[in-house]
Design a protein around this ligand. Structure first.
Ligand code: M6R
Length: 615
């Protein structure tokens, strides 16, 4: 979704803002723009396309001088991606400039009213309505920018993170948020504003994260002032020390963030269980669980809400929690859950899984769960994110920044946390035998080594990718624990290579998808030795009899599936329950190589946003 960056201080704003926009490219966008202020006034440059297009255009036509500036990457909602609809937007007088991430849902009646008062609109955006509403309030109420922003925001319905600049008071930027993230970096006589902390990490490690419903007056040489939009009450800013470093948000020698993140998995899985798992001592514990273990043990069921890849991790969790801890689990798309009037009981535990911690639907689902008295446990990657703060308790995945739009390390670390949760609950309930409990702990501890081993199949995967790069369709099949992995493999291929792909429980194939199979159809089958091996061998035979091309992920040394398959990728032996942590790796690599061979933008696939902050 859109990214916003702002700077006010003593340095040249343009390089800070454009570099910041590059850092936010991962969020997904289709146009970009920047506004700078200097003694000549407001200078604006906007374009459809990438930040590099913006920089080219700016070189030709923008006065880049100025120590105050705002910039934006736009992911189109209202109005097609074009230069005019790009942000920043100016008010009719040209005095106010705004950048906005979110959606103003009641923009249409507000626009009508403003039109009746003589306002004209250049763009199709809801944001241009908001900036003119602020201007109108400034005029009618004779107020300064901050007050006008506050009154305007009390009239709008929707979600926003905004930064507004007023030429009449050029030593201030007013920022506000509701439903979309906004961080303020605090330096020496300078402030940074951004959708996340990555744009300002090299300048300061002190940041304030605005809470939903808060706004900030950010003034040069003055402390930042935060107040509640609704009732004007002042809030004491909480300055956090950032744990991010530059290395984490750079490619580190890889061609793409996605590949870097795939290769980080052995280390980040270790980071996820570090201090929480000690196989020798038979310990698995996470603070968020220990403090609330009774809630889990008394739960009649666990509801999992999530979207996309996180939802797939939720499905794996359903299998593992039910098997280990014998607690009923239901997994819901957050977007459906929030609107379908679900039955939620006070004795329910709701687990919200989200890499970004900002996904609008997941956020709304947990608000609904809380309103109905359920206990909400967040599994997030981004520290301090909205979902992590909105949850009663939770566990971070500690995967580090995931920049590639396609989730990779987020998925495996989410599964790691959820498997530890299942083991912890099983221990408390006595639902696993002592020997199984210890065996799983031991196995989990050595999973990073096995992931490393699977990464060495990269060359084979690349060769397979070469054969199938021109496919138009692809089927992914798995059973049991590896059914969610099939879904995840298909999602990875779809989102970065634009090849249509479907994931299916292998046995379901006979109920429809088998009709698709011919000699053109690649079928990727996850067929490790553990689990339902014989059943999946039969499924493979069914594909073979219909001339489908079989690419199988098999346990090292397998001969039976190898004989039936066109290509095999070998993985080390692992128990069924932990196999998703291993089987998913070749599928990530396969989609990566296919996308690269097709010349696709792997890290920023078309139309996609890293964190989906609108519904
Ligand atoms: O940040 P979240 O985990 O809440 O994001 C959920 C989905 O938007 C996300 O997993 C999406 O499906 C990814 N692009 C998949 O690779």
């Amino acid at each position: 979704m859109c990214g916003i960056v702002g700077y006010i201080g003593h340095r040249e704003a343009y390089p800070i803002v454009t570099k910041g926009l590059r850092r936010l490219e991962y969020r997904g966008y289709d146009s970009a723009g920047v506004m700078l202020y200097n003694e000549k006034g407001i200078n604006l440059c906007k374009t459809k396309g990438k930040v590099s297009d913006l920089e080219k255009k700016a070189k030709a036509e923008l006065d880049t001088k100025g120590t105050i500036g705002i910039g934006h990457t736009r992911w189109a909602t209202h109005g097609v991606p074009n230069d005019v609809n790009s942000h920043p937007h100016l008010s009719n007088s040209g005095n106010l400039a705004i950048i906005h991430n979110g959606i103003i849902e009641n923009y249409a009646p507000l626009k009508e009213e403003l039109k009746n008062r003589g306002y004209t609109f250049k763009s199709d955006t809801d944001t241009e309505v908001l900036v003119n509403l602020i201007e109108e309030i400034q005029k009618t109420e004779k107020t300064k920018l901050g007050k006008a922003v506050q009154i305007a925001l009390n009239q709008v319905v929707g979600a926003y993170a905004i930064a507004v600049f007023d030429i009449k008071n050029p030593e201030e930027i007013v920022a506000a948020r509701l439903g979309s993230p906004l961080a303020i970096g605090i330096g020496e006589n300078e402030y940074f504003i951004a959708s996340d902390a990555t744009p300002f990490i090299e300048y300061t490690s002190n940041a304030v994260y605005l809470e939903d419903g808060e706004m900030a007056n950010i003034r040069l040489h003055k402390p930042i002032k935060i107040r509640k939009i609704k009732d004007d009450s002042l809030v004491t800013p909480t300055v956090q020390e950032l744990q991010l470093n530059l290395e984490q948000i750079e490619k580190g020698g890889y061609d793409h963030f996605m590949m870097k993140e795939i290769y980080e998995q052995p280390n980040v899985i270790k980071d996820t269980y570090r201090g929480r798992l000690n196989a020798n001592k038979g310990i698995v514990q996470m603070a968020g669980i220990e403090d609330n273990i009774e809630k889990f043990l008394n739960a009649e069921r666990i509801l999992i809400v999530a979207c996309g890849t996180s939802w797939h991790a939720g499905l794996v969790a359903e299998y593992v929690i039910e098997e280990f801890a014998r607690i009923p689990v239901e997994v819901e798309y957050a977007s459906e859950f929030r609107y379908r009037n679900p039955i939620i009981n006070k004795k329910d535990v709701v687990i919200a899984i989200s890499q970004s911690g900002e996904t609008a639907d997941t956020m709304a689902a947990i608000k609904l769960a809380k309103e109905n008295g359920a206990f909400v446990f967040g599994v997030c990657n981004v520290v301090g994110s909205s979902i992590s703060r909105e949850s009663h308790a939770g566990a971070y995945t500690h995967a580090g920044p995931e920049i590639g739009v396609a989730s990779t390390k987020a998925f495996t670390t989410q599964i790691t946390v959820l498997t530890m949760l299942a083991l912890r609950l099983a221990k408390a309930k006595g639902t696993l035998s002592n020997s199984d409990y210890h065996r799983y702990l031991m196995e989990l501890e050595i999973i990073p080594e096995k992931v490393k081993e699977v990464l060495s199949t990269n060359d084979i995967t690349k060769e397979i990718a070469l054969k199938f790069k021109d496919s138009t369709n692809c089927l992914y099949l798995g059973r049991g624990y590896n059914f969610p992995v099939a879904l995840e493999g298909a999602l990875k291929l779809k989102e970065i290579s634009y090849i249509h792909a479907e994931g299916y429980p292998a046995a379901e194939m006979k109920h429809g998808p088998i009709a698709l199979i011919d000699e053109q159809m690649p079928v990727i089958v996850i067929a490790p030795k553990q689990g339902h091996y014989d059943k999946i061998v039969s499924n493979i035979q069914e594909i073979k009899s219909r001339s489908g091309k079989i690419i199988a992920v098999v346990t090292k040394g397998d001969t039976q599936v190898r004989e039936l398959s066109d290509y095999v990728i070998e993985i080390p032996e692992t128990s069924d329950a932990l196999s998703p942590l291993i089987t998913t790796i070749p599928l990530q690599l396969l989609s990566y190589h296919i996308a690269v061979l097709r010349g696709c933008n792997v890290d920023q696939p078309r139309n996609l946003a890293k964190s989906v902050t609108v519904e």
